[in-house]
Design a protein around this ligand. Structure first.
Ligand code: SF4
Length: 449
Protein backbone atom coordinates (compact mmCIF):
# COMPACT_ATOMS: atom_id res chain seq x y z
CA UNK A 1 0.00 0.00 0.00
CA UNK A 2 1.29 3.48 -0.89
CA UNK A 3 1.74 5.99 1.90
CA UNK A 4 0.88 9.67 2.09
CA UNK A 5 1.98 12.34 4.54
CA UNK A 6 0.19 15.70 4.63
CA UNK A 7 1.54 18.63 6.64
CA UNK A 8 -1.42 20.93 7.33
CA UNK A 9 -0.92 24.58 8.21
CA UNK A 10 -3.34 27.35 9.07
CA UNK A 11 -7.03 27.45 9.73
CA UNK A 12 -9.79 24.94 10.26
CA UNK A 13 -10.81 25.22 6.61
CA UNK A 14 -7.41 23.79 5.61
CA UNK A 15 -7.76 21.01 8.17
CA UNK A 16 -11.14 20.17 6.69
CA UNK A 17 -9.66 20.14 3.15
CA UNK A 18 -6.95 17.75 4.36
CA UNK A 19 -9.61 15.36 5.73
CA UNK A 20 -11.30 15.44 2.33
CA UNK A 21 -8.05 14.89 0.40
CA UNK A 22 -7.16 11.93 2.63
CA UNK A 23 -10.60 10.51 1.82
CA UNK A 24 -9.89 10.78 -1.93
CA UNK A 25 -6.39 9.36 -1.56
CA UNK A 26 -7.66 6.31 0.31
CA UNK A 27 -9.74 5.51 -2.81
CA UNK A 28 -6.48 5.54 -4.75
CA UNK A 29 -4.94 3.08 -2.29
CA UNK A 30 -2.96 5.52 -0.13
CA UNK A 31 -2.66 5.11 3.61
CA UNK A 32 -1.91 8.10 5.82
CA UNK A 33 1.34 8.06 7.80
CA UNK A 34 2.39 10.48 10.52
CA UNK A 35 6.11 10.44 9.65
CA UNK A 36 7.16 12.13 6.42
CA UNK A 37 10.16 9.78 6.06
CA UNK A 38 7.83 6.81 5.47
CA UNK A 39 5.70 8.41 2.72
CA UNK A 40 5.73 7.98 -1.07
CA UNK A 41 3.59 11.09 -1.50
CA UNK A 42 4.35 14.22 0.51
CA UNK A 43 2.02 17.20 0.55
CA UNK A 44 1.96 20.52 2.33
CA UNK A 45 -1.44 22.17 2.73
CA UNK A 46 -0.45 25.81 3.05
CA UNK A 47 -1.74 28.96 4.71
CA UNK A 48 -0.98 32.48 3.50
CA UNK A 49 -2.57 34.50 6.26
CA UNK A 50 0.90 35.45 7.53
CA UNK A 51 4.30 35.61 5.84
CA UNK A 52 5.71 33.27 8.49
CA UNK A 53 3.47 30.34 7.51
CA UNK A 54 4.29 30.84 3.83
CA UNK A 55 8.04 30.75 4.61
CA UNK A 56 7.53 27.63 6.72
CA UNK A 57 5.81 25.88 3.81
CA UNK A 58 8.69 26.56 1.39
CA UNK A 59 11.25 25.50 3.95
CA UNK A 60 9.34 22.21 4.41
CA UNK A 61 9.28 21.69 0.63
CA UNK A 62 13.03 22.38 0.54
CA UNK A 63 13.71 19.52 2.99
CA UNK A 64 11.65 17.08 0.91
CA UNK A 65 13.24 18.38 -2.31
CA UNK A 66 16.66 17.49 -0.87
CA UNK A 67 15.44 13.93 -0.18
CA UNK A 68 14.34 13.69 -3.80
CA UNK A 69 17.67 15.01 -5.09
CA UNK A 70 19.40 12.42 -2.92
CA UNK A 71 17.54 9.71 -4.85
CA UNK A 72 14.45 9.04 -2.73
CA UNK A 73 11.54 7.93 -4.93
CA UNK A 74 8.86 10.39 -3.76
CA UNK A 75 6.27 12.74 -5.21
CA UNK A 76 5.82 16.21 -3.73
CA UNK A 77 2.70 18.38 -3.84
CA UNK A 78 1.69 21.77 -2.53
CA UNK A 79 -1.94 22.77 -2.01
CA UNK A 80 -3.94 25.36 -0.05
CA UNK A 81 -3.85 29.14 -0.12
CA UNK A 82 -0.19 29.68 -1.10
CA UNK A 83 -0.66 27.24 -3.99
CA UNK A 84 -3.76 29.10 -5.18
CA UNK A 85 -1.94 32.41 -5.07
CA UNK A 86 1.46 31.48 -6.51
CA UNK A 87 0.33 28.75 -8.95
CA UNK A 88 2.90 28.00 -11.74
CA UNK A 89 5.57 30.24 -10.19
CA UNK A 90 6.06 27.60 -7.48
CA UNK A 91 7.77 25.31 -10.03
CA UNK A 92 10.45 27.98 -10.53
CA UNK A 93 11.06 28.48 -6.83
CA UNK A 94 10.82 24.77 -5.95
CA UNK A 95 11.52 22.74 -9.14
CA UNK A 96 11.30 19.41 -7.27
CA UNK A 97 7.53 19.97 -6.71
CA UNK A 98 5.37 17.60 -8.82
CA UNK A 99 2.01 19.29 -8.45
CA UNK A 100 0.36 22.52 -7.32
CA UNK A 101 -3.29 22.33 -6.31
CA UNK A 102 -5.23 25.49 -5.42
CA UNK A 103 -8.18 25.81 -3.07
CA UNK A 104 -10.99 25.92 -5.63
CA UNK A 105 -10.84 22.42 -7.05
CA UNK A 106 -9.51 20.04 -4.45
CA UNK A 107 -11.62 17.26 -5.97
CA UNK A 108 -9.25 17.30 -8.95
CA UNK A 109 -6.70 15.56 -6.69
CA UNK A 110 -7.33 11.95 -7.84
CA UNK A 111 -6.79 12.93 -11.51
CA UNK A 112 -3.69 14.93 -10.59
CA UNK A 113 -2.16 12.01 -8.67
CA UNK A 114 -2.67 9.71 -11.68
CA UNK A 115 -0.89 12.20 -13.96
CA UNK A 116 1.91 12.80 -11.47
CA UNK A 117 2.49 9.05 -11.10
CA UNK A 118 2.86 8.99 -14.90
CA UNK A 119 5.67 11.50 -14.63
CA UNK A 120 3.75 14.71 -15.44
CA UNK A 121 4.00 18.00 -13.58
CA UNK A 122 0.54 19.45 -12.90
CA UNK A 123 -0.80 22.85 -11.82
CA UNK A 124 -4.55 23.14 -11.10
CA UNK A 125 -5.27 26.58 -9.73
CA UNK A 126 -8.17 27.74 -11.85
CA UNK A 127 -10.97 29.59 -10.09
CA UNK A 128 -14.61 28.67 -9.96
CA UNK A 129 -17.73 30.31 -8.59
CA UNK A 130 -19.32 26.93 -7.94
CA UNK A 131 -18.94 24.42 -5.11
CA UNK A 132 -17.73 20.86 -5.69
CA UNK A 133 -20.81 19.30 -4.06
CA UNK A 134 -21.42 16.80 -6.85
CA UNK A 135 -17.87 15.46 -6.67
CA UNK A 136 -17.68 15.44 -2.88
CA UNK A 137 -20.55 12.92 -2.73
CA UNK A 138 -18.25 10.30 -4.30
CA UNK A 139 -15.75 10.19 -1.46
CA UNK A 140 -15.76 9.54 2.27
CA UNK A 141 -13.98 12.01 4.52
CA UNK A 142 -11.08 10.75 6.64
CA UNK A 143 -11.86 12.76 9.75
CA UNK A 144 -9.31 13.26 12.49
CA UNK A 145 -10.50 11.23 15.49
CA UNK A 146 -12.27 13.26 18.16
CA UNK A 147 -15.72 14.37 19.20
CA UNK A 148 -16.17 17.36 16.90
CA UNK A 149 -16.68 17.14 13.12
CA UNK A 150 -16.04 20.28 11.07
CA UNK A 151 -18.31 20.77 8.07
CA UNK A 152 -17.67 23.67 5.67
CA UNK A 153 -20.93 25.29 4.59
CA UNK A 154 -19.51 28.23 2.66
CA UNK A 155 -16.23 28.73 0.86
CA UNK A 156 -14.61 32.06 0.01
CA UNK A 157 -15.66 35.56 0.98
CA UNK A 158 -17.09 38.65 -0.73
CA UNK A 159 -16.12 41.22 1.87
CA UNK A 160 -12.63 42.34 0.84
CA UNK A 161 -11.46 43.62 4.22
CA UNK A 162 -8.36 45.60 3.36
CA UNK A 163 -5.95 43.40 5.36
CA UNK A 164 -7.32 40.01 4.35
CA UNK A 165 -6.09 37.64 1.69
CA UNK A 166 -9.03 35.21 1.80
CA UNK A 167 -11.00 36.67 -1.16
CA UNK A 168 -7.82 36.24 -3.27
CA UNK A 169 -7.00 32.72 -2.12
CA UNK A 170 -10.43 31.20 -1.53
CA UNK A 171 -12.38 33.21 -4.09
CA UNK A 172 -15.93 34.60 -3.94
CA UNK A 173 -18.43 33.20 -1.49
CA UNK A 174 -20.06 29.90 -2.46
CA UNK A 175 -22.66 28.06 -0.37
CA UNK A 176 -22.68 24.27 -0.30
CA UNK A 177 -25.99 22.51 -0.85
CA UNK A 178 -27.99 21.67 2.30
CA UNK A 179 -28.47 18.04 1.19
CA UNK A 180 -24.68 17.57 1.04
CA UNK A 181 -24.12 19.23 4.43
CA UNK A 182 -26.89 17.17 6.04
CA UNK A 183 -25.43 13.95 4.61
CA UNK A 184 -21.95 14.82 5.91
CA UNK A 185 -23.45 15.59 9.33
CA UNK A 186 -25.37 12.28 9.45
CA UNK A 187 -22.25 10.34 8.37
CA UNK A 188 -20.19 12.03 11.08
CA UNK A 189 -22.81 11.32 13.76
CA UNK A 190 -23.10 7.69 12.61
CA UNK A 191 -19.32 7.45 12.93
CA UNK A 192 -19.59 8.52 16.58
CA UNK A 193 -18.93 12.28 16.46
CA UNK A 194 -20.90 14.19 19.12
CA UNK A 195 -20.64 17.72 17.83
CA UNK A 196 -21.02 19.34 14.41
CA UNK A 197 -19.34 22.70 13.78
CA UNK A 198 -20.45 24.48 10.63
CA UNK A 199 -17.58 26.34 9.09
CA UNK A 200 -17.24 29.33 6.80
CA UNK A 201 -15.50 32.69 6.51
CA UNK A 202 -18.92 34.24 6.97
CA UNK A 203 -21.49 31.60 7.90
CA UNK A 204 -24.30 34.14 8.37
CA UNK A 205 -24.46 34.84 4.68
CA UNK A 206 -24.99 31.14 3.93
CA UNK A 207 -27.48 30.68 1.08
CA UNK A 208 -27.50 34.26 -0.20
CA UNK A 209 -26.04 33.01 -3.49
CA UNK A 210 -28.63 30.26 -4.03
CA UNK A 211 -31.08 32.38 -6.09
CA UNK A 212 -28.38 33.15 -8.68
CA UNK A 213 -26.35 29.92 -8.56
CA UNK A 214 -29.17 27.39 -8.08
CA UNK A 215 -32.08 28.92 -10.08
CA UNK A 216 -33.32 25.42 -10.88
CA UNK A 217 -33.92 24.87 -7.15
CA UNK A 218 -36.52 27.54 -6.19
CA UNK A 219 -37.02 25.82 -2.82
CA UNK A 220 -33.54 27.13 -1.87
CA UNK A 221 -34.30 30.78 -2.70
CA UNK A 222 -34.84 31.66 0.98
CA UNK A 223 -32.83 28.85 2.53
CA UNK A 224 -30.42 30.45 5.02
CA UNK A 225 -28.33 29.47 8.05
CA UNK A 226 -31.34 29.47 10.42
CA UNK A 227 -33.12 26.88 8.22
CA UNK A 228 -29.98 24.76 7.96
CA UNK A 229 -29.71 24.78 11.76
CA UNK A 230 -33.36 23.67 12.02
CA UNK A 231 -32.78 20.79 9.59
CA UNK A 232 -29.64 19.69 11.42
CA UNK A 233 -31.36 20.00 14.79
CA UNK A 234 -34.06 17.59 13.65
CA UNK A 235 -31.55 14.74 13.13
CA UNK A 236 -32.15 12.13 15.86
CA UNK A 237 -29.70 11.62 18.70
CA UNK A 238 -27.85 13.60 21.33
CA UNK A 239 -25.28 15.94 19.85
CA UNK A 240 -24.34 19.61 19.69
CA UNK A 241 -24.26 22.10 16.83
CA UNK A 242 -22.00 25.17 16.55
CA UNK A 243 -21.22 27.59 13.73
CA UNK A 244 -18.25 29.90 13.04
CA UNK A 245 -17.46 32.64 11.93
CA UNK A 246 -20.15 35.33 12.11
CA UNK A 247 -19.75 38.69 10.37
CA UNK A 248 -21.27 41.20 12.85
CA UNK A 249 -23.79 42.90 10.58
CA UNK A 250 -24.96 39.66 8.96
CA UNK A 251 -26.32 38.23 12.23
CA UNK A 252 -30.10 38.40 11.86
CA UNK A 253 -32.75 38.41 14.60
CA UNK A 254 -34.10 35.22 13.07
CA UNK A 255 -30.72 33.54 13.51
CA UNK A 256 -30.44 34.61 17.17
CA UNK A 257 -34.02 33.41 17.86
CA UNK A 258 -33.22 30.09 16.18
CA UNK A 259 -30.17 29.60 18.42
CA UNK A 260 -32.37 30.16 21.48
CA UNK A 261 -35.14 27.88 20.19
CA UNK A 262 -33.15 24.83 19.09
CA UNK A 263 -31.97 22.48 21.82
CA UNK A 264 -28.87 21.19 20.01
CA UNK A 265 -27.52 24.58 18.89
CA UNK A 266 -25.08 25.90 21.50
CA UNK A 267 -24.98 29.33 23.12
CA UNK A 268 -21.84 30.50 21.39
CA UNK A 269 -21.09 33.23 18.82
CA UNK A 270 -17.69 34.07 17.35
CA UNK A 271 -18.04 37.67 16.16
CA UNK A 272 -14.72 39.22 15.07
CA UNK A 273 -14.56 42.94 15.78
CA UNK A 274 -10.92 43.45 14.59
CA UNK A 275 -10.60 46.96 16.09
CA UNK A 276 -12.42 49.01 18.72
CA UNK A 277 -11.93 52.22 16.73
CA UNK A 278 -14.54 53.26 14.16
CA UNK A 279 -11.86 55.04 12.07
CA UNK A 280 -9.69 51.92 11.93
CA UNK A 281 -12.74 49.78 11.10
CA UNK A 282 -13.44 52.10 8.18
CA UNK A 283 -9.85 51.77 6.95
CA UNK A 284 -10.23 48.00 7.28
CA UNK A 285 -13.37 48.18 5.10
CA UNK A 286 -15.42 46.51 7.81
CA UNK A 287 -19.09 47.36 7.30
CA UNK A 288 -19.84 48.52 10.86
CA UNK A 289 -18.58 50.98 13.44
CA UNK A 290 -18.02 50.61 17.19
CA UNK A 291 -21.61 51.59 18.02
CA UNK A 292 -23.12 49.11 15.57
CA UNK A 293 -20.94 46.31 16.93
CA UNK A 294 -21.99 47.27 20.47
CA UNK A 295 -25.68 47.00 19.53
CA UNK A 296 -25.23 43.57 17.93
CA UNK A 297 -23.36 42.17 20.93
CA UNK A 298 -25.97 43.60 23.31
CA UNK A 299 -28.78 42.07 21.30
CA UNK A 300 -27.11 38.63 21.29
CA UNK A 301 -26.45 38.86 25.06
CA UNK A 302 -30.00 40.00 25.83
CA UNK A 303 -31.59 37.24 23.76
CA UNK A 304 -29.31 34.25 24.47
CA UNK A 305 -28.88 33.38 28.16
CA UNK A 306 -25.30 32.47 29.22
CA UNK A 307 -23.99 33.14 25.70
CA UNK A 308 -20.24 33.21 25.18
CA UNK A 309 -19.08 35.79 22.64
CA UNK A 310 -15.54 35.55 21.31
CA UNK A 311 -13.80 37.87 18.89
CA UNK A 312 -10.67 38.53 16.80
CA UNK A 313 -8.47 41.64 16.95
CA UNK A 314 -5.51 42.93 14.96
CA UNK A 315 -2.74 44.87 16.74
CA UNK A 316 -0.97 47.60 14.77
CA UNK A 317 -3.09 47.94 11.63
CA UNK A 318 -1.43 50.54 9.30
CA UNK A 319 -1.98 54.04 10.68
CA UNK A 320 -3.42 52.86 14.02
CA UNK A 321 -2.68 55.55 16.62
CA UNK A 322 -2.13 54.91 20.33
CA UNK A 323 -5.59 56.40 21.04
CA UNK A 324 -7.22 54.15 18.46
CA UNK A 325 -5.43 51.14 19.91
CA UNK A 326 -6.72 52.07 23.37
CA UNK A 327 -10.24 51.99 21.95
CA UNK A 328 -9.64 48.31 21.19
CA UNK A 329 -8.58 47.70 24.79
CA UNK A 330 -11.69 49.45 26.07
CA UNK A 331 -13.93 47.56 23.60
CA UNK A 332 -12.85 44.21 25.07
CA UNK A 333 -13.89 45.48 28.53
CA UNK A 334 -17.02 47.33 27.50
CA UNK A 335 -18.50 44.49 25.43
CA UNK A 336 -17.36 41.88 27.99
CA UNK A 337 -15.83 39.74 25.27
CA UNK A 338 -15.22 36.33 26.81
CA UNK A 339 -12.15 35.53 24.74
CA UNK A 340 -10.38 36.96 21.66
CA UNK A 341 -7.89 35.64 19.13
CA UNK A 342 -5.11 38.15 18.49
CA UNK A 343 -2.77 38.81 15.58
CA UNK A 344 -0.19 41.48 14.82
CA UNK A 345 -0.85 43.08 11.45
CA UNK A 346 1.04 41.27 8.66
CA UNK A 347 0.94 42.80 5.15
CA UNK A 348 -0.28 40.34 2.52
CA UNK A 349 0.43 40.66 -1.18
CA UNK A 350 -2.53 41.91 -3.28
CA UNK A 351 -4.45 43.33 -0.31
CA UNK A 352 -5.21 47.06 -0.20
CA UNK A 353 -3.61 47.75 3.20
CA UNK A 354 -0.31 46.16 2.08
CA UNK A 355 0.18 49.21 -0.16
CA UNK A 356 0.03 51.65 2.79
CA UNK A 357 3.73 51.19 3.52
CA UNK A 358 4.17 54.74 4.80
CA UNK A 359 1.58 54.00 7.49
CA UNK A 360 3.09 50.72 8.69
CA UNK A 361 3.54 50.54 12.46
CA UNK A 362 7.09 49.63 13.63
CA UNK A 363 7.46 46.00 14.73
CA UNK A 364 8.36 46.88 18.33
CA UNK A 365 5.20 49.02 18.67
CA UNK A 366 3.07 46.23 17.17
CA UNK A 367 4.63 43.72 19.59
CA UNK A 368 4.03 45.98 22.55
CA UNK A 369 0.38 46.50 21.55
CA UNK A 370 -0.04 42.77 21.03
CA UNK A 371 1.24 42.12 24.58
CA UNK A 372 -1.14 44.70 26.08
CA UNK A 373 -4.04 43.18 24.16
CA UNK A 374 -3.05 39.73 25.35
CA UNK A 375 -3.08 40.90 28.97
CA UNK A 376 -6.54 42.40 28.48
CA UNK A 377 -7.85 39.19 26.91
CA UNK A 378 -6.50 37.19 29.87
CA UNK A 379 -8.17 39.50 32.41
CA UNK A 380 -11.50 39.26 30.62
CA UNK A 381 -11.32 35.51 30.17
CA UNK A 382 -10.80 35.06 33.92
CA UNK A 383 -13.59 37.54 34.72
CA UNK A 384 -15.95 35.70 32.37
CA UNK A 385 -15.02 32.28 33.83
CA UNK A 386 -15.72 33.45 37.39
CA UNK A 387 -19.40 33.92 36.51
CA UNK A 388 -19.79 30.15 36.30
CA UNK A 389 -18.14 29.04 39.56
CA UNK A 390 -20.72 27.22 41.69
CA UNK A 391 -22.93 26.40 38.70
CA UNK A 392 -23.74 22.94 37.31
CA UNK A 393 -22.98 22.65 33.60
CA UNK A 394 -23.16 19.95 30.96
CA UNK A 395 -19.70 19.11 29.59
CA UNK A 396 -18.91 17.13 26.46
CA UNK A 397 -15.62 15.35 27.22
CA UNK A 398 -12.99 15.71 24.49
CA UNK A 399 -9.73 14.45 26.03
CA UNK A 400 -8.32 12.21 28.74
CA UNK A 401 -4.71 12.49 29.92
CA UNK A 402 -2.36 12.31 32.87
CA UNK A 403 -1.15 15.51 34.47
CA UNK A 404 1.28 15.41 37.41
CA UNK A 405 0.17 11.92 38.40
CA UNK A 406 -3.53 12.70 38.16
CA UNK A 407 -5.92 11.58 35.41
CA UNK A 408 -7.86 14.48 33.87
CA UNK A 409 -10.88 14.63 31.55
CA UNK A 410 -11.26 17.90 29.66
CA UNK A 411 -14.21 19.06 27.63
CA UNK A 412 -16.44 21.97 26.68
CA UNK A 413 -19.63 23.38 28.10
CA UNK A 414 -22.41 24.29 25.69
CA UNK A 415 -21.16 27.88 25.83
CA UNK A 416 -17.65 26.88 24.77
CA UNK A 417 -15.90 27.06 28.13
CA UNK A 418 -13.13 24.51 28.63
CA UNK A 419 -13.47 22.49 31.85
CA UNK A 420 -10.80 20.32 33.50
CA UNK A 421 -12.15 17.47 35.61
CA UNK A 422 -9.91 15.18 37.66
CA UNK A 423 -11.43 11.69 37.17
CA UNK A 424 -9.83 8.29 36.70
CA UNK A 425 -12.10 6.91 33.97
CA UNK A 426 -11.83 8.00 30.33
CA UNK A 427 -15.17 9.68 29.54
CA UNK A 428 -14.23 10.95 26.05
CA UNK A 429 -17.35 11.43 23.94
CA UNK A 430 -19.73 11.46 26.92
CA UNK A 431 -21.97 14.28 28.13
CA UNK A 432 -21.53 14.69 31.88
CA UNK A 433 -22.99 17.06 34.46
CA UNK A 434 -20.25 18.89 36.27
CA UNK A 435 -20.19 21.18 39.28
CA UNK A 436 -17.86 24.09 38.52
CA UNK A 437 -15.61 24.32 41.55
CA UNK A 438 -13.05 26.91 40.52
CA UNK A 439 -11.39 28.67 37.63
CA UNK A 440 -8.00 29.45 36.12
CA UNK A 441 -7.43 32.05 33.41
CA UNK A 442 -8.17 29.82 30.43
CA UNK A 443 -10.33 27.05 31.88
CA UNK A 444 -12.85 26.11 34.53
CA UNK A 445 -12.25 23.39 37.11
CA UNK A 446 -15.04 20.93 37.76
CA UNK A 447 -16.20 17.88 39.65
CA UNK A 448 -18.42 15.18 38.23
CA UNK A 449 -21.81 15.04 39.95
S1 SF4 B 1 -14.86 38.96 6.24
FE1 SF4 B 1 -13.18 37.71 7.07
S2 SF4 B 1 -12.54 36.34 5.41
FE2 SF4 B 1 -13.82 37.94 4.47
S3 SF4 B 1 -12.35 39.48 3.76
FE3 SF4 B 1 -13.01 40.11 5.82
S4 SF4 B 1 -11.52 39.17 7.26
FE4 SF4 B 1 -11.27 38.15 5.23
Amino acid sequence: MKKVYIETMGCQMNKSDTERMLGMLSYLGYEEVKQAEKADLLMVNTCSIRQLSEDKAFSQLGVWGKWKQDGKNIKIGICGCVAQQKAQTIFKRAPYVDFVLGTHKIYALPEIIKKVNNGEKVCECSETNLTEDNLSKNYDIKRVKGVNAWIPITEGCNNFCTYCIVPYTRGRERSRLPEVILKEAKDALDAGFKEITLLGQNVDSYGKDFPTKQPEKPELANYRLAQLLRDLNSIDGKFRIRFVTSYPTDITDELIKTVVELDKVCEYFHIPMQSGSSEVLKAMNRRYDRETYAKIVKKVRDMVPDVTITSDFIAGFPGETEEQFEETLSAIDEFELDYSNLASYSPREKTVAARWVDKFIPEDVKDERFQRLNKKVQENCLKSNKKYVGRTMEVLIENFYEHKGQMINTGKTRNFKTVHIPFDKDLTGEFVNVKISGTKTWYLQGEIL
